[in-house]
Ligand binder design. Structure first.
Ligand code: NAD
Length: 392
């Protein structure tokens, strides 16, 4: 159970690039990083592409005015001159900027937390992974939903054989907010998402399905995809070549099969993020809209709903418990869970504590690499005309 007491000797001095006033994701980072008060301290920022707006925003967040910078380059160089300079930075900017900012942060000697999809290509991720290793720094990736601890319960139950051999993996992350082109014209956050120069080689595959793919890997670390087939299309034609809808079929190395449906044109859908794992004896199902519950269905027995915070859950799940049973947790708590693990990883790296790093389960740069590989393989299959391709 977590109660905010310190897990590392002191909070890390932390800054953000992006995540400004108008951003979709910035507050999620701050709510996660600052939740425990003992993990990170927000001391600096280059919050916005518009320097004045970024400064005004930072002042309103309570950051000292002289540590609000017009751009990330100035922030990294000025902070490096201070004895109390930043030690970690989060990157919450549009996709096309992640690679350069991440490299600059590592070169400046900082630990990094970066948004997904990490970069455009897996070669870029491998290069930055080598740089992080050379500099002795952590790169975490904000697959925020993955901090929902009932996913760790699923992982434990699968590991304990509670559902038998996995046969079918059924994944979905869909919404309907882009079912027409209205936001493509009016929303800054949507405009760049459908521009390949900024979004990269995909829209919903990167924006949505990378989350669910990572969550599936968290739940089933031993399950590797052998080959996949992806069919992607853009129902709003102006988004082509990027897709606003995709279906993926997967064959796993152990003979299991899977599907992923990812879409931003699932009109009217307000409840479209779920994971169902079907085993030879039983199934497990989790919905993002009911993060406190896990359905366990054993063939021939009444359906069970496992509830967050209860003592019958696995220790690995209850370690991330914050509010206790009967009190609802959700996405803010999930982000706080992954941010706490980022802090623990960074502190362990600073101390050369490889044992802690080996046992810590959190979305690290390898998780970022997997997400980019997932996109690459899906796009390769789709662009060949929706054919089966080996997962490379
Ligand atoms: P957004 O367009 O809403 O906001 C981007 C923010 O970055 C703005 O404040 C903008 O001013 C700022 N910015 C842009 N370029 C900058 C630069 N060079 N220096 C400093 N600030 C800069 O975008 P968003 O929806 O918040 O998405 C940002 C990133 O977060 C994307 O990679 C996206 O995929 C990811 N995202 C992740 C989640 C999640 O759940 N993990 C949710 C939403 C978005």
């Amino acid at each position: 159970m977590l109660n905010g007491e310190k897990k590392i000797s002191r909070p890390l001095r932390w800054a953000m690039v992006g995540g400004g006033r108008s951003s979709q994701v910035g507050y999620k980072h701050r709510t996660g990083a600052l939740r425990d008060n003992t993990a990170f301290q927000l001391v600096a920022g280059a919050f916005d592409i518009d320097a004045d707006r970024g400064k005004d925003f930072g002042v309103n967040l309570g950051v000292a005015e002289d540590r609000l910078y017009p751009d990330y380059q100035t922030m990294f160089s000025e902070e490096a001159k201070r004895e109390d300079g930043i030690e970690a930075v989060s990157i919450a900017t549009p996709n096309g900027t992640h690679y350069e900012i991440c490299k600059a942060a590592l070169e400046a000697g900082l630990h990094v937390i970066c948004e997904k999809p990490l970069f455009f290509t897996s070669d870029e991720v491998r290069e930055v992974k080598a740089l992080a290793e050379e500099k002795g720094k952590i790169v975490g990736v904000t697959y925020g939903f993955s901090g929902n601890q009932m996913l760790l319960q699923m992982r434990a139950m699968i590991e304990q054989g509670k559902i038998g051999e996995i046969r079918v993996v059924d994944l979905q992350y869909t919404h309907g907010f882009s079912c027409n082109d209205e936001a493509d014209k009016t929303s800054e956050a949507q405009k760049w998402r459908v521009d390949p120069k900024v979004a990269g080689p995909s829209f919903v595959l990167g924006d949505l399905s990378t989350h669910t793919y990572y969550m599936s890997q968290l739940i089933m670390p031993h399950m590797k995809i052998k080959e996949l087939l992806c069919d992607r299309q853009s129902f709003v034609g102006s988004r082509a070549p990027l897709e606003d809808n995709a279906h993926i079929l997967m064959h796993y190395e152990n003979g299991a099969v899977g599907t992923m449906w990812t879409s931003s044109i699932n009109a009217g859908c307000m409840d479209g993020h779920r994971i169902r794992i079907v085993g030879s004896k039983a199934s497990l199902e989790w919905w993002d809209s009911k993060p406190n519950e896990l359905t366990y269905e054993v063939q021939g027995e009444p359906v069970q709903t496992l509830i967050r915070g209860m003592s019958y859950l696995d220790d690995s799940c209850n370690t991330d418990e914050r509010l206790a049973a009967l009190h609802q947790e959700g996405l803010s708590d999930a982000w706080a869970n992954i941010y706490l693990k980022f802090a623990i990883a960074m502190d362990a790296k600073n101390r050369g504590d490889e044992e802690t790093l080996k046992n810590l389960v959190y979305p690290d740069i390898d998780a970022g690499l997997e997400g980019v590989r997932w996109i690459e393989n899906c796009v390769r299959s789709a662009d060949k005309g929706a054919v089966w391709v080996n997962f490379e």
